[in-house]
Design a protein around this ligand. Structure first.
Ligand code: GUN
Ligand code: FE
Length: 377
């Protein structure tokens, strides 16, 4: 983005920046908005998105997720699924995606390559050295550490799956790798009550779920943790102190995990973005995540009239600037940033705020064009 100015300045701008006013596209009714940022999505779960929604988290992982993810050893299968995911999410207006892949290095590198075609992406090879339910879908601690070093593509993100599938030794090692290489980190935290109980059993010496990650240097200002529905206020304070962010994934949460009190998270000044968490959430669209955020917030207000419901403007901010910690070049329109943008046409009259509200509540087919780093994709 070279400059931002009023249309009436066009003549002056064209002189200063050396372009012909005839090359200018003037939008009628349409508008540009910053591209949306999905701060938590499992690229490897796309093949069963929209199905397998009948079980709580831990059973769901064993029954559906691990068997499907173990298929990504087959690079051809991975290529097919990952190509679909990148195309689909771009079409839905996701210009930046923070992906979980699987434990397979080759397929994870492939996802990086495929995304590099036109999407800003962080790709995480999943690390897990503990999985008693599906034994063929895990690695040794050594494999997990060594393979995490090998990332030439897009932006790598260190990805311990979640505390129950990692030993403390692995978590500590991954914390060290992230620190030494200045890498982002992503994982899950406090999504579901059964999971929180399991974590207490597996890590009896830790004060809280957050404490486990904190002790292993997993919480940094480059960390994004999905969910956090059941975090205590003390844990939120630790997030604030370390600069770690949360990814709010309402579609996934509303199934049976919990309802994140976004207002409380914002009051604690914890960084917060939106995630689809596909396929735990059945939709790959961040527009859906925005609407679900509003719905969840209204449910909280129904339960407690004192609760201050989120506005669509706040949710719009979460879906764009909320992902800023993933990549500072994106999130809004400012001189010097990359032009990650959607051209939107809701085919209706009205001022910008009305058009935006309509777009958020209607349909991603109103996205006419998608740009990433100035390139139409
Ligand atoms: N916790 C650990 N792994 C997963 C996953 O794949 N999806 C969700 N929603 N939660 C998880
Ligand atoms: Fe997830």
């Amino acid at each position: 983005i070279a400059f931002i100015g009023e249309g009436k300045d066009l003549q002056k701008l064209s002189e200063n920046f050396g372009f012909s006013p005839s090359a200018v596209t003037q939008l009628q009714q349409e508008f540009f908005m910053p591209g949306m940022i999905d701060t938590h999505i499992h690229a490897s779960q796309y093949s069963y998105a929209g199905t397998a929604l009948d079980m709580p988290l831990l059973q769901w992982l064993n029954m559906y997720t691990f068997p499907v993810e173990s298929r990504f050893q087959d690079v051809e299968f991975a290529k097919k699924v990952y190509t679909q995911v990148v195309k689909r999410t771009l079409r839905n207006g996701t210009t930046t995606a923070c992906y979980f892949a699987t434990i397979h290095t080759d397929a994870s590198l492939l996802l990086g390559q495929i995304a590099d075609f036109g999407q800003r992406a962080l790709v995480g090879k999943v690390c897990m050295d503990r999985n008693d339910a599906v034994k063929c879908y895990r690695e040794t601690s050594e494999e997990s550490q060594e393979e995490t070093y090998q990332y030439p593509l897009v932006k790598p993100v260190v990805t311990p799956r979640f505390a129950p599938s990692c030993t403390e030794a692995l978590l500590a090692k991954l914390g060290e790798i992230a620190k030494n290489n200045k890498l982002h980190i992503q994982s899950h935290i406090s999504e579901n009550l059964e999971e929180v109980e399991l974590v207490k059993e597996l890590f009896p010496n830790s004060e809280s779920y957050t404490d486990i990650y904190h002790k292993c240097n997993i919480l940094t200002d480059k960390t994004i943790m999905a969910h956090g529905c059941h975090l205590s206020d003390e844990e939120l304070v630790l997030f604030r102190k370390t600069g770690a962010a949360l990814a709010h994934c309402p579609n996934s949460n509303i199934l049976c995990s919990g309802v994140l009190n976004v207002r409380n998270v914002l009051n604690h000044k914890v960084k917060l973005g939106l995630g689809t968490d596909m396929a735990g959430g059945y939709s790959p669209s961040i527009l859906d995540a925005m609407r679900r955020s509003l719905d969840s917030s209204k449910v909280l207000t129904i339960q407690d009239p004192e609760h201050k419901t989120l506005s669509f403007e706040e949710v719009f901010r979460l879906a764009t600037l909320g992902g800023l910690s993933l990549d500072e070049r994106t999130g809004n329109f400012k001189v010097g940033k990359d032009f990650d943008a959607l051209r939107v046409n809701v085919a209706a009259p009205g001022g910008p705020i009305i058009l935006l509200e309509k777009f958020l509540n209607l349909d991603d087919r109103n996205i006419v064009e998608v740009f990433v780093a100035g390139k139409k994709v």
